[in-house]
Design a protein around this ligand. Structure first.
Ligand SMILES: *[C@@H]1O[C@H](CO)[C@@H](O)[C@H](O)[C@H]1NC(C)=O
Ligand SMILES: *[C@@H]1O[C@H](CO)[C@@H](O)[C@H](O)[C@H]1NC(C)=O
Ligand SMILES: *[C@@H]1O[C@H](CO)[C@@H](O)[C@H](O)[C@H]1NC(C)=O
Length: 397
């Protein structure tokens, strides 16, 4: 007892000692001013501090130009954004606005807003109409590159010019209570894109945007999406996969207890025909999803080929294995409630469908459930009846 008590006291004293050594920085600047240089200088100082540190951006509106906050830092670091930082309308060909890079033990919180001021840029943007090589690249609002053991909590991204949040090369990162807002018609404004990352969780967040709510790129492993509400936007998407030569496998994706409202797609997996690589996407599970007026609620599309940028005669070489859709219910905005269109060359393997209840009330109804190159294992309710409809052509074919 005495020994245990002694150790506990020592432990508490140590903790107090550590926190006494923590260093808290505050950005003190007049409202409306440009804080770019001050924030960069303060971040670098905090980053070099030998023990835990924090940087506070207080309430108020500030201008922020392109900024790269680069680790590695000497100890864990927290950035608390209480105010609003505004990008300007200008586009300088940069591919990001705010970047956090190579930081281990990172926190970003505070309830503040990253306002990308995308409005003018969207109107000038033509990426969604042209080949990728021809369009002008607009900056992603917030990039997290190679950030590990991180918690991003309670921040808002407003009107990004391109993607709102891009996560690349992360390990053990939680994004929680994130709010994303952009108009339905804003192009390429994916909410959160995750690629080449392990152990990312997106929890309890609300995403209203013009493109994918959450998009999951190659090399993503052990991703959890839980209690996320999407809409408007293009829904939750794995892929597109197979566009590039050096892609990595996707494995262990769970999307649970989430809601999609008025989105263009619900939950989907898309891979390119005539893919440039032969990767496998496996262990992908969608469970307990509520749909309200969702166009294409459940979709596997292995002939994803927008703007005819590919050869559709060559079946996709991306293998889809161990996929499930369970307990998915609500209303579809069109007749095609479920489409599982797998590759002719590599039919989908071990697909499970259970407790699907999707209604469509349009004049051309009722809802359909199409399958090609897949024989799913069925469990529980199936409304519409699984694989009951012949495959019709995809739009644009
Ligand atoms: C994950 O990151 C959090 C910080 O957000 C940290 O507390 C935790 O120990 C990390 N977990 C692992 C398994 O590294
Ligand atoms: C979904 O939420 C319910 C409570 O509403 C909970 O019991 C369940 O464990 C959650 N499911 C998953 C897969 O997290
Ligand atoms: C259904 O969703 C579409 C967008 O996909 C939207 O235009 C339409 O207004 C929605 N309908 C209702 C009744 O909310």
């Amino acid at each position: 007892m005495g020994v245990h008590f002694g150790i506990s006291v020592l432990f508490v004293v140590c903790l107090l000692g550590l926190s006494a050594n923590a260093k808290d920085f505050t950005i003190t600047a007049p409202p409306g001013s440009d804080i770019t240089s001050l924030l960069l200088k303060t971040f670098n100082e905090a980053c070099q501090f030998p023990t835990r540190s924090s940087v506070l951006i207080p309430k108020g509106e500030y201008k922020l130009r392109q900024i790269e906050m680069m680790g590695p830092c000497k100890a864990p670091i927290r950035i608390t954004l209480q105010g609003t930082v505004k990008a300007d309308g200008n586009v300088n060909g940069n591919d990001y606005w705010v970047a956090f890079r190579r930081i281990n033990g990172f926190k970003l919180n505070g309830g503040g807003i990253f306002d990308g001021e995308g409005n003018a840029a969207w109107r000038a943007n033509n990426c969604h109409k042209m080949a990728l090589t021809q369009c002008k690249k607009l900056p992603i609002s917030i990039r997290f590159d190679f950030v590990t053991d991180a918690k991003i909590r309670g921040i808002t991204s407003l009107d990004s010019k391109n993607f709102h949040i891009n996560v690349l090369g992360a390990r053990n990162m939680t994004l929680e209570e994130i709010t994303i807002i952009a108009p339905e018609e804003s192009p390429n404004t994916d909410g959160i894109h995750v690629g080449r990352s392990v152990g990312v969780q997106i929890i309890n967040s609300n995403i209203k945007t013009g493109d994918d709510c959450i998009s999951i790129g190659d090399g993503t492993r052990d991703l959890l999406v839980e209690r996320v509400t999407c809409g408007p936007g293009h829904g939750i998407s794995i892929g597109s996969l197979g566009l590039y030569v050096k892609e990595e496998d996707v494995t262990g994706i769970r999307v649970v207890n989430s809601t999609l409202i008025n989105t263009d797609n619900g939950v989907r997996i898309k891979t390119w025909p005539s893919a440039a690589c032969s990767t496998t996407a496996s262990g992908i599970h969608f469970e307990n999803i509520i749909l309200k007026n969702v166009t294409n609620p459940i979709l596997i599309d292995q002939e994803y080929c927008p703007w005819n940028r590919c050869n559709k005669n060559k079946p996709s070489t991306i293998k889809l294995v161990d996929i499930s859709f369970k307990h998915i219910r609500g209303t579809s905005g069109n007749k095609d409630a479920v489409k599982l269109l797998c590759s002719k060359g590599f039919p989908c393997k071990n697909v499970q469908i259970g407790d699907i209840d999707i209604k469509y009330t349009g004049a051309d109804g009722p809802a359909t459930f199409q399958c090609s190159n897949v024989s799913p294992t069925l469990m529980g309710t199936q409304v519409p009846k699984a694989c009951s409809s012949p495959v019709t052509k995809l739009p644009g074919q």
